[in-house]
Each structure stands twice: as structure tokens, then as C-alpha cells.
Design a protein around this ligand. Structure first.
Ligand code: HEM
Length: 144
């Protein structure tokens, strides 16, 4: 076997194969910092569904973690807003996004207070606000 056939039959296919296998991995997009912050909120709120009804301390703790995710996410700009041309409409969208995140933050703080007060009715009312805020925010600022 000549040097040339060794190269074309074994070495070259090996490198092409390695490149093809690694391509989808390197092309995979990383989560945006906003998604990472939102995931913190989301997983803390999911934990709330699993804790015992009278475990008020864990409820308050997870609510605090959830609120902190929103606080972190507030400093980022949603991708669909980032793509808008600079100008007043973009500035308004950014301010509106922050306002809605602020309202979500307040609703989750209300949820923490409800757990600290050990008041199930308040927990239910605050949870409803939190869910509503998420639904509204996602409708406006994600392409879901
Ligand atoms: C309790 C409140 C919220 C929860 C639990 C939550 C949860 C999440 C989760 C899990 C994701 C990631 C989705 C994915 O992986 O595709 C996400 C993304 C996103 N959320 Fe929220 N969210 C909340 C409130 C809000 C609010 C109030 C807004 C807007 C005012 C908002 C705007 C967004 C945006 C723009 C993204 C896309 C992130 C990106 O472009 O990288 N979210 N959210």
C-alpha cells in the first residue's frame, strides 16, 4: 500500500469522521445567562410543589431562591428585544421587561412572606400571581 492510499483510505476518513462527530457538539448553543437565571427560579418553584404543606421553612427558602433567579435575570435583555433596532421602541421594551420582572420579583417575595406567615391562603394567592406573571412575561418576550 502506497503512502497515498494509506492516507486516503485510513487517515483522511478518520479525521473527517472525528470532525463530523464533534461538529454537532461544538455547534450546540449554550444556555443564555437569562435562561440560566430563569432555570434557577423555575427549579425552585418546582421544588415548592413537592414539599409538605406544613414545611413552611422549606417553602420560604425555595421562594427566596426563586426570587433571586428573577433578580439575576433582570439585568439581561431578552434576545427578541436585543434584535430590535436602537430607538425609543427598544428602550420602552427594555423598561417594560424590567417592570414585569420587578412585578414577578415582588410576587415571589410575597410568596416568601406567605410561607413565613404560615398562611396557606396567602401562599395560594401569591402563587397565582407568580404563575400569571410568568405567563404574561413569556407571551411578550419569548417566541414560545
Ligand atoms: C415565575 C416566573 C418565571 C419563571 C419560573 C420562568 C422560567 C423560565 C424558564 C425555565 C426559561 C427557559 C426556557 C427554555 O429553556 O427554553 C425562561 C426563559 C425566558 N423567560 Fe422566563 N420565567 C419567569 C418569568 C419571566 C418573566 C416575568 C419574563 C419577562 C418579563 C420572562 C422572560 C423570559 C425570557 C425572555 C426567556 C428567554 C431567555 C432567553 O432569551 O435566553 N420570564 N423562563
Amino acid at each position: 500500500m502506497t503512502k497515498y492510499t494509506l492516507f486516503t483510505r485510513f487517515v483522511l476518513p478518520f479525521f473527517i469522521g472525528t470532525f463530523a462527530v464533534s461538529l454537532p457538539v461544538s455547534a450546540e448553543e449554550e444556555d443564555s445567562p437569562l435562561t440560566v437565571a430563569m432555570d434557577q427560579t423555575s427549579s425552585a418553584l418546582k421544588k415548592l410543589r413537592k414539599i409538605a404543606k406544613d414545611d413552611w421553612a422549606s417553602g420560604a427558602k425555595e421562594a427566596r431562591i426563586a426570587a433571586d433567579g428573577i433578580r439575576k435575570g433582570m439585568k439581561f435583555i431578552p434576545a427578541i428585544v436585543e434584535l430590535m433596532p436602537d430607538g425609543k421602541d427598544k428602550d420602552k421594551a427594555i423598561a417594560d421587561y424590567r417592570m414585569m420582572m420587578g412585578l414577578s420579583y415582588a410576587a415571589i417575595c410575597e410568596l416568601e412572606l406567605a410561607y413565613l406567615e404560615e398562611d396557606q391562603n396567602k401562599v395560594d394567592a401569591a402563587s397565582k400571581k407568580v404563575k400569571g406573571g410568568k405567563k404574561e412575561g413569556h407571551k411578550k418576550y419569548t417566541d414560545d
